[in-house]
Write a protein that binds this ligand. Structure first.
Ligand code: RIB
Length: 312
């Protein structure tokens, strides 16, 4: 019997990249040149990936972003439209090339990523304001940190004013978040590295995640979810109740976009008013499937694949 799925409306305000991916036996050390085994060019960007994850799990998704006036930009918008994502909020800025990410993936599935923001840097607070109607029309707004920080702030503030649920994936993290952002965030979702940077505390386990999440909540963020890769995820609710969610164990091929898959699916479930615990567990299953596949957007599973998966 097919499950009835309520459809929520997710708006992602964030980055769109083309990922240039080299597969190599190990990640090169500083100064080292190594031979790669394969090269591919795939759709990526934390914003785009999270939008695709939300769309493939069944949400109605819109995106606000900025691409360059070039072939990569046109292709990225086409890819997102093919997923059924409303791209009316994606602007084209001829002054910069579309964002790229140089990704290296090793045989054990680990990666390094260097992002060159390009046109993502042109997504200004004024551009966010131009798309107020898209914020009005959604249930939940999702941001990351691959666009100018003042635009993330503008988005969170506008979403709060319009009474929307806000999710911030603080990636890439470079230091503590501005204090005035914290009360604007309903769900802060860092991975263990980002949580450690934001909180200034080591995060290697569930107990470290709890300490960091507690610290991050102090400034007024409502709920914190620290994702811990194969060690699962730790949820700290406003009010102080904490829960650890073990992760499905899989053989990692490529962890790129696993966190994005988690966030897109989680946001889609919340937008559809699904219970929080189930939203986290479904997000974990989708993320686990994504790490068994190569690439960013190519690795993100559909609803049917998540529902039909055995062992995750
Ligand atoms: O989170 C993975 C993403 O980070 C990649 O797709 C890359 O584009 C960078 O934005």
């Amino acid at each position: 019997m097919s499950k009835e799925i309520k459809q929520g409306r997710v708006l992602v305000v964030g980055s769109i990249n083309t990922d240039l991916v080299a597969r190599s036996p190990h990640l090169p050390r500083p100064g080292e040149t190594i031979s790669g085994q394969a090269f591919s060019q795939v759709a990526g960007g934390k914003g785009g990936n999270q939008a695709v994850a939300a769309a493939r799990i069944g949400a109605r998704v819109a995106m606000v972003g900025c691409v360059g006036k070039d072939a990569n930009g046109a292709q990225r918008v086409k890819d997102l439209e093919t997923e059924g994502i409303d791209c009316a909020g994606i602007e084209v800025d001829p002054s910069q090339p579309t964002g790229v990410a140089i990704v290296t993936v090793s045989d054990d599935g680990e990666n390094t990523i260097v992002v060159v923001a390009g046109s993502n840097g042109q997504l200004t607070p004024e551009a966010v304001a131009r798309h107020e109607a898209a914020i009005k029309a959604c249930d939940i707004v999702v941001c990351q940190l691959e666009i100018p920080w003042e635009s993330v702030h503008a988005t969170l503030a506008l979403a709060r004013r319009l009474g929307k649920i806000t999710v911030l994936n603080p990636a890439p993290a470079t230091g503590p978040l501005p204090a005035e952002w914290l009360p604007l965030i309903d769900y802060l979702v860092p991975n263990e590295v980002e949580a450690a940077i934001l909180a200034g505390l080591p995060v290697e386990s569930e107990s470290g995640a709890r300490r960091a999440a507690t610290e991050l909540q102090r400034g007024g963020t409502r709920n914190v979810i620290v994702t811990l890769g194969s060690q699962g995820a730790y949820l700290l609710l406003e009010g102080g109740e904490g829960t650890h969610f073990p992760a499905p164990q899989v053989q990692a091929v490529d962890t790129t976009a696993a966190g994005d898959t988690f966030i897109g699916v989680f946001a889609a479930q919340l937008a559809a008013r699904q219970p929080l615990e189930g939203a986290i567990q479904l997000a974990q299953r989708a993320a686990a499937i994504s790490v068994t596949r190569a690439g960013a957007q190519p690795s993100i599973p559909t609803r049917a694949e998540v529902d039909g998966a055995v062992g995750v």
